[in-house]
Design a binder for this molecule. Structure first.
Ligand code: GUN
Length: 296
């Protein structure tokens, strides 16, 4: 039987409806409207499309949302100054600096500069540390979306063997830490494999839940997957352009057709993890607005 699809786009829509109620209540009871600023440096087309989608969703939820575009050649000092301006602006609750940043700008330095209470990406070292000890307010958006998909698809994580492919700071490392916590939607035994792992398929084949964020199109083959496993594909790779529409053709990090024959459940690309990432950013922005008003 082919795998069941975990439709992130539908789950995301549901969570956004829940959030809308929360936003209406914040406005009506407390006079607060969540406000997000996204900073985009340069013109990387993928980054531009992500940031545009984030702002569009924020507007749909009734947030104040600003997209601050900066030139590719902005200096590190000027970017730090810009972050500081938003840190000190009481009208702004959440600050997001889209990554990657151009060469010559130290990403870590910029992430350190964001006020941890406005760090809706959850990338500031203070928030990374809180995540590690299980006290995070802001969970990074893609891992938070993955955990939500596991919970809402009825996937048991407690005691499960989880294999995470890829050790990025944005996905691999945080989702590993989140799923090993003593907490609902976690309590898993987690193995993280990466480019220096000796035998990647040996680990993926042992996993009840396989989370792939490798950045390589169709990297995971059908015979790397344990029959009946739940597969979460985080990859978004542009593998071509449609001649008809001019739109990018996307592929995940998992060979979808092969995986469909082996897995019990799988996230599609697009329409799987991607929409969840943006939704979790919205959730974090609402939290930031509450935090700023002393409501959290
Ligand atoms: N680049 C890729 N994913 C992300 C993300 O979740 N947040 C930011 N700021 N940049 C990214």
């Amino acid at each position: 039987m082919p795998a069941e699809l975990i439709k992130g786009a539908e789950v995301a829509k549901l969570i956004r409806e829940e959030l809308k109620t929360e936003v209406d209540e914040l406005r009506d009871k407390h006079g607060i409207t969540p406000a997000l600023v996204t900073i985009l440096v340069g013109e990387n087309p993928a980054s531009l499309s992500y940031v545009t989608a984030k702002n569009k969703t924020a507007h749909e939820l009734g947030f104040h949302s600003t997209q601050d575009n900066q030139p590719e050649d902005i200096s590190e000092a000027d970017l730090l100054e810009l972050v500081d301006k938003y840190n000190n602006d009481p009208q702004i609750h959440g600050i997001l600096v889209q990554l990657p940043l151009p060469k010559g700008i130290d990403e870590t330095k910029i992430l350190y500069a964001i006020n941890p209470d406005k760090d809706v990406d959850g990338f500031h070292p203070v928030n990374v540390g809180k995540l590690m000890i299980g006290t995070a307010v802001f969970l990074p958006c893609t891992p938070a979306g993955i955990q939500e998909l596991l919970i809402r698809s009825g996937t048991e994580t407690s005691g499960a063997e989880v294999c995470v492919v890829g050790r990025s700071n944005i996905v691999g490392k945080p989702i590993t830490n989140m799923l090993l916590q003593k907490a609902p939607g976690a309590n898993a035994t987690v193995t993280l494999v990466h480019t220096r792992t000796k035998d990647v398929p040996a680990h993926t084949r042992a996993a009840d839940i396989l989370i792939v964020a490798a950045g390589v199109p169709k990297y995971v083959k059908g015979d790397w997957i344990k029959p009946g496993a739940v597969v979460i594909d985080v990859g978004v790779n542009r593998i071509g352009k449609s001649e008809k529409t001019g739109k990018a053709i996307l592929a995940g990090d998992v060979d979808f057709d092969e995986a469909m024959e082996v897995a019990s459940k799988i996230t599609p690309v697009p329409g799987g993890v991607g929409p969840m990432t943006i939704t979790m950013l919205m959730k974090n922005t609402v939290k930031a607005a509450k935090l700023g008003a002393g409501l959290l």
